[in-house]
Design a protein around this ligand. Structure first.
Ligand SMILES: O=C(O)COP(=O)(O)O
Ligand SMILES: [Mg+2]
Length: 238
């Protein structure tokens, strides 16, 4: 599927959108890099590159820190250091949160257009909620969302469908009426398992894989383009 194309019919009847955070609204890798390398310095480990980190983001903090430690330690060594590393990472991340992150093009315009089209909006991220809420506020995105779920808000995180199904229940909408929009296979798999339509963006982090290899209902270049597609398929019939 080419960027800028969406399958017919899947967006008909959509009343709400669930938007991913890292890699979809904000390029947060520079914050991750400072926090991870701050943690690594405490263990006398050499800094790692933004490109390496890009491949690791998407499955939440625990997975990220285990993956980072596994660059230098075997499984037992990782577990031995995990708790201290998580504490250090969280301390560094909270100190830097948002400082080096930037909005992708047309994020605010896209969210505003979705709101103007009458869509209800939720943010579902695998980022811990204690990182996600201040970050959304700092970037002035918090006002767009009725609901925000972090990776630790519920017993399961993406690619499990639970957080998406929770939003559908909160909004009292069938999953077919709630489109998920994200940058990675975690978002797409969660949406498929929840039976929500799903759009992907090509500019984020997808574990080093092309977004074209991820099963979705369409690839949109920006959130504004997503808003246009959703509105186009939901014009009132009069
Ligand atoms: O923090 C992560 O692992 C990824 O977060 P995301 O779900 O907002 O992409
Ligand atoms: Mg993401």
């Amino acid at each position: 599927m080419q960027a800028g194309t969406v399958k017919d019919h899947v967006l008909a009847g959509v009343r709400a959108a669930i938007i991913d955070l890292d890699g979809t609204m904000l390029d947060t890798v520079p914050d991750f890099q400072v926090a991870i390398n701050g943690m690594r310095a405490e263990f006398d480990l050499a800094p790692i590159s933004a490109d390496a980190i890009k491949l690791m983001v998407g499955k939440g903090s625990e997975n990220l820190i285990r993956t980072v430690l596994a660059l230098d330690f075997d499984a037992a060594g990782v577990e031995q250091r995990f708790e201290h590393a998580m504490d250090a990472y969280q301390r560094h991340y909270l100190a830097v949160n948002g400082q080096f992150s930037t909005l992708y093009p047309d994020v605010e315009a896209g969210l505003a257009a979705m709101k103007a089209a009458g869509l209800r909006l939720a943010c579902v991220t695998n980022k811990p909620i204690a990182f996600a809420l201040p970050l959304l506020k700092q970037k002035k995105l918090d006002g767009y969302f009725e609901i925000v779920y972090g990776g630790d808000s519920l017993p399961q995180k993406k690619p499990h469908p639970m957080p998406l199904l929770q939003v559908c229940a909160d909004f009292d909408l069938a999953p077919a009426k709630v489109v998920a929009i994200g940058d990675s296979s975690n978002d797409a798999q969660a949406a498929r398992a929840a039976a929500c339509p799903v759009l992907t963006v090509p500019y984020g982090y997808n574990h080093g894989h092309s977004i074209h290899d991820t099963d979705s209902d369409g690839i949109v270049n920006t959130l504004l383009e997503a808003a246009h597609f959703i509105s186009m398929h939901n014009r009132p019939a009069y």
